[in-house]
Design a binder for this molecule. Structure first.
Ligand SMILES: [Mg+2]
Length: 392
């Protein structure tokens, strides 16, 4: 059995261009689907997949780990830069899909069988009017309460909001009070039985992240995400040690060694590995083992497209330390034209029942994808009040 081609299909889906990866074999009808979506780097990832595919075309697709090693190591630069890691991830997902199809079982069955009956999901409310806190009032911040109520009406028992504004390395009380007002409004709106998460989007400095974390600690957040840059593992560890709320991070980490350092320094309690950026399911399973050794929970970052979701869920059904999965619901109205999925979502509680199809259980309608060709993403720029550049 041989790989004959690695193809990419780009599908513009409002916020992002989904990059689907199709690994084709010489066996009639046997192929696998992966995803390598990377916002603002679509052309680079498509090119990287074309480059990397040269290493594996002609090889046996059943040797998933061996092919991962080839893709990661058999060129001068290791595959842990974000573009190469995403390209490898997309191909790796497709190889696991093929493995499941050959075995005629869902991937979670290949990995030892299901460890749970369902997976909990959460939605992302976005950032409301928090982009410029000089222009945002406490009343604006209170609108997070309406967003929260809507998420619960949509069936979710957990949601996340970017309720922390972008800030310079040090600021006074104003942004802290806004974040408090937003979180208080959400808690008032939904009560204590719903889990609320706050995403700082890695904007604060460690000092500001600590201030936000301390201020929001009394609201009993389920987790507090990326309270400072991911490069600052010491900063993450200091914040995690100083507050009761569990710190979550990991979506921007693309190599095992950095996950090891993050866990060893106790930079988080929740690991948000992204299966389309961390090296695919092959690498995700290694990261999960490391997390397990530190008793750190798994909650994958998953704002991408349907193959990323299918892979993140299949992973969740196989990992004991997995607590919840991010989902994007209502992303594009034509989603069901492009993809059919093997799992089912129960509207009440937004829990997912297992995939019953082989592999990742995904089928992509290539003709429908072609209705939505590449479009440049809208630039999301942040400047502070003095005109200096901030993080989006
Ligand atoms: Mg995030």
């Amino acid at each position: 059995m041989k790989i004959t081609a690695v193809e990419t299909l780009v599908c513009h889906a409002r916020m992002r261009n989904w990059i689907f990866v199709k690994v084709v074999t010489d066996q009639p009808g046997l192929y696998g689907w992966g995803e390598a979506t990377l916002e603002w780097h679509t052309r680079a990832v498509v090119g990287a997949i074309e480059d990397i595919s040269q290493l594996i075309v002609g090889e046996d697709p059943r040797r998933v780990e061996h092919l991962w090693q080839m893709m990661f190591r058999q060129h001068f630069w290791h595959g842990n830069g974000i573009v190469r890691a995403t390209a490898i991830s997309g191909i790796d997902l497709a190889l696991w899909d093929i493995a499941g199809k050959i075995a005629n079982m869902p991937c979670s069955q290949l990995w030892g069988g299901r460890v749970r009956d369902w997976v909990r999901t959460y939605s992302h409310l976005g950032g409301g009017k928090m982009e410029d806190f000089y222009e945002t009032s406490v009343d604006d911040a209170k609108q997070f309460g309406d967003l929260a109520r809507r998420a619960v009406e949509d069936g979710f028992t957990a949601f996340k909001a970017m309720a922390v504004p972008p800030t310079m390395p040090l600021e006074g009380l104003r942004p802290i009070r806004l974040a408090e007002a937003a979180v208080a409004a959400m808690r008032d709106a939904v009560g204590d039985d719903i889990d609320i998460m706050v995403d700082c989007h890695a904007r604060p400095s460690p000092a500001m992240g600590l201030k936000f974390g301390k201020a929001l600690d009394p609201y009993g957040l389920y987790f507090f995400e990326e309270p400072c840059w991911p490069e600052s593992i010491d900063g993450l560890a200091a914040i995690n040690a100083a507050i009761t709320t569990p710190v979550a991070t990991g979506e921007r980490i693309t190599d095992l060694a950095t996950f090891r350092e993050l866990f060893e320094k106790r930079g988080c309690e929740v690991c948000q590995l992204d299966i389309t950026h961390c090296g695919g399911l092959t690498a995700a399973r290694r990261i999960a083992a490391l997390a397990d050794a530190h008793r750190i929970a798994l909650a994958p970052h998953n704002p991408q497209g349907p193959v990323s979701t299918a892979a993140s869920l299949e992973f969740g059904f196989s990992q004991p330390g997995y607590i919840i999965c991010e989902t994007v619901h209502n992303d594009v109205p034509w989603r069901n034209d492009v993809v059919t999925e093997g799992f089912t979502i129960e509207p009440k509680g937004r829990i997912v029942r297992p995939n019953t199809r082989p592999g990742l259980g995904i089928e992509i309608n290539e003709a429908a994808v072609k209705q939505h060709p590449f479009e440049q993403e809208l630039l999301q720029r942040v400047f502070y009040c003095d005109g200096s550049v901030g993080d989006w």
